[in-house]
Each structure stands twice: as structure tokens, then as C-alpha cells.
Design a protein around this ligand. Structure first.
Ligand code: SIN
Length: 298
């Protein structure tokens, strides 16, 4: 059994306070954690176990956590400093919380409906995103995650070698740029998006990134924010990225997260992409989101 397939019982037995239970998905990607109350600060041991489970499973869900905004902020700060959230107006009085509210009468495409890793166009993209559900629609609204590490490991050694020196070009232009989808949008959207020429800038990150905690390599690209590969023609970039996006989003590497109200979900942007599914027109969906600052990808 590999380390990332270690069963939930092992984690519980390792835990001196013996309340945390980790139920991992069969693939090891994604897990549900119970036995903790996130409305209060975690003990040192519990926090270490949460961080270890997060590193191992990349996407961790904590059901039944009725957090206030202050408690969501306090939990976030236990994981790390807040990240910087550009292009979206934060909640009044909570500059580090985004309210992802989609009203029943909204027809605009739901926010996050494209595979991406949060703010990967930043020099130091967020390590974690934390999303807390307030109102979950009765249909649709799942969040899909793909495992960039296992997808990388499934590539042939020859392909891995070819990708190793490549730098991917990241930009927010397609979404938040002056000619991006949000700039052209006319339909009602409750979420207040601020499009800007700042979004048209770009920078590069290694196409294959090494996780600072686990040491695993992962594909660090996404169809929303990766706009090319340095030194390749647009056609060459499109061919390689197109293949990789198709490969990464194969069912074998995807975990579908189904929400229940008052769930906290924390994912690792350093080795995953995610996609917010729609399918809930006519229903309210309401979430609160924070990010945790990350490092320069290497
Ligand atoms: C996002 O952060 O991309 C949104 C995810 C979601 O609403 O499920």
C-alpha cells in the first residue's frame, strides 16, 4: 500500500487526541474529515493532522461545520496567511472573504465554470482555497477537481522528460481582461467582478511543479489561465496543452465533490484544477470563500 492509499484508521490511530477521522476516496484524491469542530481553534496536533491529510489527499471536506464569517477567517489563518484575491469585490467588512452568491433568477454562466487553479497568474498563487457552503441548490452545483499529480505520474517517462524544462504562460486575460468574458457579459451577475487591464498581463510558471510539502510533481496548467508555453508557437502550445488538458480531466483523475449545507472544503491549488458545475438555474447557491497565500511555483 502506498502512503497516499493509507486507510482512514491509520490516520485516526496516529492521532493522539483520537477524534479526527479521515475517509479517503478510493483513489486517495479527496477525503472527508470528521471528528473536529472548526468553529474553535484546532489543537496543535489536530492542525498538524489536518495539514497532513490535506497534503496527502489534496481536497478535504469537513461536513457539518456551521461557521460564522469570523470563524471561517480564523480557520483560514490557522492554515496560513490570507492570499490576495484580485478582480472580485470582497464582502463588506471582510476584505478576505468572497461571497459566491448566485440568485435563482441569474442566467449568466456560474462563476468558476471552467477548469482552473485559483489565481495561477499571480507570482505566488494561493496554496489553498477554502470554500464554505451556506445554501446548496437541490440539483447541480457540484465542484469537480482533477489530480494534477496523478495525471503527471501517468504520463510516459518520455513525455515527462519533454515537459520538464517547459515554462507555462499564465494570464487572467481570458476571464478578467479588457476583452475577456466578464468584460463582454451583459446578463445579471450578483458577484461583483472588476475587469481590468491588469488582467491582461502574463507571467510564467514551470509547467510541471514540485509540491513543497509532498515533493510530488504535478501538472500546473489550466485551460482558463494558461495561455501558452514559452518558446513555442501558438499552434505548438495549443497541441501540447490540449492533449494535457484532455489527459488531466479524464474520469480516472477527477473527484466530484457533492455539497451539503455548512460544509467546509479546502483544496490545494498547487496540484489540482477545479471546475464549478452549473445545472441549478432557478435555485440559490451561496458560498463563502477565502484563500491562503502560497509560494513561488518551482
Ligand atoms: C471557484 O472557486 O472556482 C468556485 C467553486 C465553486 O463555486 O464550486
Amino acid at each position: 500500500m502506498t502512503q497516499r492509499e493509507a486507510p482512514a484508521m491509520l490516520k485516526q490511530a496516529e492521532s493522539p487526541y483520537r477524534t479526527l477521522r479521515v475517509k479517503a476516496q478510493p483513489t486517495g484524491f479527496g477525503a472527508e474529515i470528521t471528528g473536529l469542530d472548526l468553529t474553535h481553534p484546532l489543537s496543535k496536533d489536530a492542525l498538524a493532522d489536518v495539514k497532513a491529510a490535506w497534503a496527502r489527499h489534496a481536497v478535504v471536506a469537513f461536513p457539518d461545520q456551521p461557521l460564522t464569517l469570523d470563524q471561517l477567517e480564523a480557520y483560514t489563518l490557522q492554515i496560513g496567511a490570507f492570499g490576495e484575491d484580485p478582480f472580485i469585490k470582497p464582502m463588506p467588512g471582510h476584505p478576505n472573504v468572497l461571497e459566491l452568491r448566485r440568485e435563482p433568477d441569474e442566467k449568466a454562466t456560474n462563476f468558476g465554470a471552467g477548469w482552473h487553479s485559483d489565481w495561477s497568474f499571480q507570482a505566488t498563487p494561493p496554496a489553498a482555497t477554502i470554500l464554505h457552503s451556506e445554501v446548496v441548490p437541490p440539483v447541480g452545483g457540484d465542484t469537480l477537481f482533477c489530480d494534477g499529480a496523478r495525471a503527471y505520474e501517468a504520463l510516459s517517462p518520455t513525455m515527462q522528460k519533454m515537459l520538464a524544462p517547459l515554462q507555462a504562460v499564465h494570464s487572467a486575460t481570458r476571464a478578467y481582461g479588457t476583452q475577456g468574458v466578464f468584460a463582454k457579459e451583459t446578463a445579471k451577475r450578483t458577484l461583483q467582478i472588476i475587469t481590468s487591464s491588469e488582467a491582461d498581463k502574463s507571467l510564467t510558471h514551470p509547467l510541471v511543479r514540485t509540491h513543497p510539502v509532498t515533493g510530488r510533481k504535478a501538472l500546473f496548467i489550466s485551460p482558463v489561465y494558461t495561455v501558452g508555453i514559452e518558446g513555442l508557437t501558438p499552434q505548438e502550445s495549443a497541441a501540447i496543452l490540449g492533449f494535457l488538458f484532455q489527459h488531466m480531466t479524464a474520469d480516472a483523475f477527477v473527484y466530484r465533490h457533492k455539497w451539503r449545507p455548512k460544509m467546509l472544503l479546502m483544496w490545494d491549488n498547487r496540484c489540482t484544477m477545479h471546475f464549478a458545475e452549473g445545472g441549478y438555474d432557478g435555485h440559490l447557491r451561496l458560498m463563502h470563500r477565502t484563500t491562503v497565500a502560497g509560494d513561488t511555483p518551482v
